[in-house]
Design a protein around this ligand. Structure first.
Ligand code: GDP
Ligand code: MN
Length: 367
């Protein structure tokens, strides 16, 4: 289970790992509440960070530095920011005066059955983009002072890594990543960001974190559906279903059970006259449940199949790494144009429900 940044930082605070002075701003706070909440944060300016489950927020407009009296407006804007993900809230924190940014992580190395430490003086950017010879990686048991090379903060790093190792053990963490690990102008090491992944098999031992989703009583997909004002139903199967019209959507669910021989993971009805954006949002909602496959079943009447195709293509563009196959069935208005567009992008589409269902049946067996 991946923790949200503010949950990771809570663990740091409890375990004496230096992190930023921060407060978590939950959704739907009033201006007065926000003002009060941030009173204790030092400095004229505040760093606001959107709380979502994925990273690269800096690049995507999810990190803002604003004067203290502009925090509420910026908080509201971040809560509205559409990164195709559930926004759990906003973290407000002190602005650090950054001298250097390092990268530090502890991961569980499966092949060695040991904790591995990865360190680089080139932090703040994606570790994938750092040159190999600037990344140091060793099993924890083999790490000593020389591991940090000529780094001026080697002593402090040694202490920090030892503490993190204890935390990883205690929390059954598979990953603790601090990027950036900031060196301030006055030479202190501070965890400015946090990515913590707990072992799913041990999550029950850490009930305080048992899914934030559960604390709020809504799943990610349900929250996203609410945000987009889409009526959505969650089930427990494998196939995510998007249909248009109640009748067709229900028929699709029956097909999943009777023809595919599987069960729907969830479903939603995009209604009549949906545009490309609505189709994109619908797929985002269905995807959030992580089904094995997604079936978009559209009969074009008022709805233009071309708009549907454009929505699917948008989705493909926004989530190039999405591993969940989409099967599109389009029939009716603008059907030919839709098929042409989809096939051009290598997407799977059919005219009949039977063909779609049989294709899904075949694919799902192999997954
Ligand atoms: P991520 O993009 O999701 O990994 O979010 P981060 O928390 O790592 O923030 C992205 C970037 O924002 C960092 O690499 C910093 O350059 C910048 N940043 C974050 N906090 C501060 C801060 O307190 N002061 C300054 N000057 N920059 C910050
Ligand atoms: Mn980061």
């Amino acid at each position: 289970m991946k923790l949200i940044e503010f949950q990771g930082k809570e663990i740091y605070e409890k375990n004496d790992i230096p992190t930023t002075v921060h407060v978590f701003l939950k959704p739907k706070m009033e201006e007065k509440e926000v003002e009060k909440a941030i009173e204790g944060i030092p400095g004229e300016e505040i760093v606001l960070k959107i709380q979502i489950l994925s990273g690269k927020r800096g690049k995507r407009g999810g990190v803002k530095i604003v004067p203290k009296n502009k925090v509420f407006q910026a908080y509201q804007k971040l809560m509205e920011l559409d990164l195709g993900e559930v926004v759990f809230g906003v973290l407000a924190e002190e602005k650090l005066v950054i001298a250097k940014e390092y990268y530090l992580s502890l991961t569980f190395d499966r092949s060695a059955q040991q904790v591995r430490v990865i360190f680089s003086q080139e932090g703040g950017v994606e570790i994938e983009n750092v040159e190999h010879d600037k990344i140091h990686s060793k099993l924890y048991k083999d790490v000593n002072r020389s591991f940090y090379g000529d780094c001026a903060e080697a002593d402090e790093l040694e202490v920090l890594v030892n503490k993190l190792f204890e935390v990883a053990k205690k929390m059954d963490a598979q990953l603790i990543e601090i990027n950036p690990l900031v060196v301030t102008e006055d030479g202190r090491l501070i965890a400015a960001d946090s990515k913590v992944v707990l072992d799913d098999n041990a999550v029950y031992l850490h009930s305080e974190f048992v899914n934030y989703e559960k604390q709020t009583g809504q799943s990610q997909a349900e929250k996203l559906a609410e945000k987009y004002s889409i009526a959505y139903v969650e089930l427990d199967g494998e196939v995510g279903v998007v249909g248009n019209g109640a009748g067709l959507t229900m028929a699709t669910l029956d097909f999943v059970e009777l023809v595919v021989g599987s069960k729907p993971a969830n479903f939603l009805d995009i209604g009549g006259g949906a545009n490309a954006e609505k189709v994109l949002h619908s797929l985002e909602v269905v995807k959030a449940r992580k089904p094995k496959m997604m079936w978009l079943n559209i009969f074009g009447g008022i709805t233009s199949c071309k708009q549907v195709a454009l929505g699917v293509i948008e989705f493909q563009k926004k989530y190039p790494d999405c591993q969940i196959p989409i099967v599109v069935r389009v029939m009716g208005t603008d059907e030919k144009e839709a098929k042409r567009l989809l096939e051009e992008k290598g997407l799977v589409c059919f005219t009949t429900m039977e063909k779609s269902a049989n294709y899904i049946k075949k694919e799902i067996k192999e997954k």
